[in-house]
Structures are given as C-alpha cells and as structure tokens.
Design a protein around this ligand. Structure first.
Ligand code: NIG
Ligand code: FE
Length: 419
C-alpha cells in the first residue's frame, strides 16, 4: 500500500478526539500541532507525529510538501441544496426593496421559481450545471458535502434530482451524502383547490419514499418545518414514514419564526436540526438534552439581510453540539465558500476559532452520521485533508471572503489543486 507523508506544515490542526459530536464546554482547542507530519496509507490516516520521527521511521514514503501552510481535516458541509437550475439574482433586489422571503414565495417566487425551472431540465443538464458548482465548492477546502433534492416536488422531478446526485458521486472525488427533500415546500398545484396539501403529503409518503428506498437514493430525509410551509404535525408524519423507509432524519427548523420544530427534532431523534435562527428557549433546552446536532447557517441570515442570527452561545452554554454549513442554494445562500462561514461564525455567532473549526469538521461529520470516518486528522480516519496558504489557523476566518485553499484530498485522492 503506498504511503504518503505530509511534511513542512506550519501547523497541523488535528481536531482529534472522540468520534462523536462535541458539545459546548468540551471544546477547548482544535488540536493545533507544530513540527508535526501526517502519514497516510491508501485512503486513510495512519499516524500524526513529530515530523523528524515520521521521516526517520518512514524514509521511503512519498512526500507532499505543505510549504509552511496549515493542514486540517477537509471541511464537512453538512447542508446544501446544490441541485438546481438557474440562479435567482432578481430576488436579491426585491428583498433589498423591502419584500420578505416568505412574501416572495407567496407570489410564486422563491422555492417555487426554482421548482418551475428544474422541472423543465433534463438529468444531463442538471448534472452539467452541478458539476462546476461542486468543483468550486471543493476548491474552498470542502471534502464532504451533503446534497439535497427539493426543487422537484413531483415524483419524477425528485427522483431525477436524486439520480443526478448519484451520478455526481461517481464523477467527483469528494464524498457526497444524498438527502431526499421532497418536503421542501407544498407545490403550488397542491396549494389551491381542487387539490389539497394532504394529497401531496400522501404522494411523499406512499410514492416517493418507497421509490427512494427501493433505488437506495438517499441517506437522509429532510423537511422545511416552518410556519407557512409544513406544520409540526405534518413533519412528524412525513419523517416517521421516512424513518420506516430506512432514512436518517434532518429538519429545516425554526429558520424564520419559532414553531416548535427544534423540539420535534429532539423528540424524534433527528441527526440534526438546521438553521435555528428563531429557536425558542424550550427548543434550545430540548436540543441540549438530545443527541441532535444544531447546524447553524450564518450565511443564510447574512444574505437574506436579516439582523438576527441563531443563538449559538446560548446553544453551546446549554450543552448542545453545533455544526456549521453553507446552505449553498440559489435563494438564500448562493455561496460555495465554507471558510467565509467560519468568519461569520466568529464575528456574528461569537464562536471561538476552535469552536468554529470543530463545528466545520467533527460536528459537521456528526451531523451526517460520519463522525467515526471523517473530520479528524487521526489514525484510522479517512485521509480527507485540506491545505491552506496561511501560517496560523486563526487566519482562516480572518482573511474573510478570500480563497486560501491550495489543495485538498478525499480518501487520499486529490480533489483540488490550485493552479
Ligand atoms: O435552507 N429554507 C428552506 N430552504 C432553503 C432555501 C431554499 C430557497 O430559497 O431556494 C434554505 O434557506
Ligand atoms: Fe437549507
């Protein structure tokens, strides 16, 4: 088995520790090592130790020169909606002129506009659109990405989206985790008589979920549980059915208004509850007492022009585990720049750099049920690595909006190499 030694890093940020989500007070540091090297064999990490020692014991290993940069676990983006057609730049100006996100949706824009567009596109077209977008995402240091369907909202268009995700898994070296989000909205044709929203929910439960299971097209099911979209009771029904079809659970919870979605996430044992900008105190207590990861998406609130961010410190102080993600999507967060989320995590959510780094690696992996596989530079973990052109990890959130990733590897295979 070929061995490779990563040498001459100014720092190796290991994030090493237990292979599970890390909660509030547990996070003291991100495991910053100087003078260390990392040894990989095939697709996994075998040792992290002082460089002189590893050079002595492994003289024949191939070498990757980190040239004084910072080597860290590849970033884990546990929440994206990367399968879509056209961008929705027109909505940005509408919001700037005072129109709300939900108001735009009520008039047939927002998610509905992406749905109309995606339904007209072929699988090949969607694949060709997603490929360069995901390459850009990987170029910022992300080596694991969750991808949701959710702009189809019909049996055919949801399956089409999930099949595109499957093709991307084969076409790209990064790890891709597929999520079925047939409950992203109630499609317009089921919002008005003669049809009823319950008929669409029946379609999800009786047609889509069995197909998703039969073709093995998703690992997670997700839902937009929010006043005006799906109610808590509807979410409970859909997610229980999803679980019966072998899927793990995620929720878009309390994104814009508090509605008890975080409490539901804890109650049903969801792997993660995401957004949470409007979570209630009861929701915070429920998540802290559960194993559900609180996934925060600060780019979304920034891009929507909202003043409010999720109460990250209150969640941490209550003892919850926090992950960070981009929410990459055409409506509320058209960014592929994960390091920019680290900036927002520190400046807006008031996380320490160590808390933000753990949230973007170990806890992102936990939000995908992958905490024993990726998110750490530690023996036995996948060789998922990102190399940044900085001398100190604190520079990653500091040079905000910049592009410092020079190379990344997923399971030992090169994902990105700066030209
Ligand atoms: O995570 N909130 C629901 N879904 C996305 C936005 C989808 C869209 O506007 O296209 C989100 O913010
Ligand atoms: Fe989202």
């Amino acid at each position: 088995m070929p061995q490779t030694l990563f040498v001459n890093a100014a720092q190796i940020v290991t994030c090493a520790g237990p292979g599970r989500a890390r909660r509030g007070a547990e996070i003291r540091d991100a495991g910053v090592r100087t003078g260390y090297a990392a040894l990989i064999e095939g697709d996994h990490i075998v040792a992290v130790a002082p460089q002189d020692e590893l050079e002595r014991t492994h003289p024949r290993a191939e070498r990757v020169d980190c040239r004084g940069g910072v080597l860290m676990p590849g970033l884990v983006d546990s929440h994206t909606h990367g399968i879509f057609g056209k961008p929705r730049h027109e909505e940005q100006e509408l919001r700037a002129s005072g129109m709300g996100y939900m108001e735009i949706a009520k008039q047939g824009g927002g998610i509905h506009s992406s749905v109309r567009d995606l339904r007209t596109r072929s699988e090949d077209e969607l694949f060709s659109l997603a490929l360069p977008r995901l390459r850009r995402l990987a170029a910022h240091g992300t080596t694991t990405v969750e991808l949701k369907s959710g702009y189809g909202l019909s049996v055919e268009a949801e399956m089409k989206s999930l099949r595109v995700i499957r093709r991307l898994q084969d076409a790209l070296p990064i790890r891709i985790v597929p999520t079925f989000l047939g409950a992203h909205e109630i499609p317009l044709e089921f919002r008005a008589a003669p049809r009823h929203r319950n008929e669409y929910i029946d379609l999800i439960v009786h047609e889509m979920l069995p197909l998703v299971e039969a073709e093995g097209l998703a690992r997670f099911a997700d839902i937009f549980c929010e006043p005006g979209v799906y109610t808590v009771d509807e979410a409970r029904r859909i997610l229980s059915a999803a679980r019966a079809h072998g899927l793990l659970i995620k929720l878009h919870a309390d994104e814009l208004e508090p509605g008890g979605a975080a409490e539901l996430a804890a109650e049903i044992g969801a792997t993660s509850a995401d957004h949470l900008a409007a979570i209630s105190d009861r929701g915070i207590a429920a998540l802290a007492a559960s194993a559900t990861v609180a996934t925060l998406l600060p780019g979304t609130m920034l891009f929507l022009g909202r003043q409010k961010q999720a109460p990250a410190r209150a969640l941490l102080e209550a003892g919850a585990a926090i992950a960070l993600a981009t929410d990459f999507n055409p409506g509320t967060s058209p960014t592929v720049n994960f390091p920019l989320m680290l900036t927002l995590a520190v400046s807006q959510l008031k996380l320490s750099v160590a808390e933000a780094i753990v949230a973007a690696t170990v806890n992102g992996a936990a939000a995908l049920g992958l905490a024993a596989e990726t998110g750490q530079i530690a023996p036995g973990y996948a060789a998922d690595l990102a190399l940044f052109e900085i001398e100190d990890i604190r520079e990653l959130p500091y040079w905000y909006g910049d592009h410092r990733c020079v190379a990344s590897w997923s399971r030992g295979r090169a994902c990105h190499q700066a030209s």
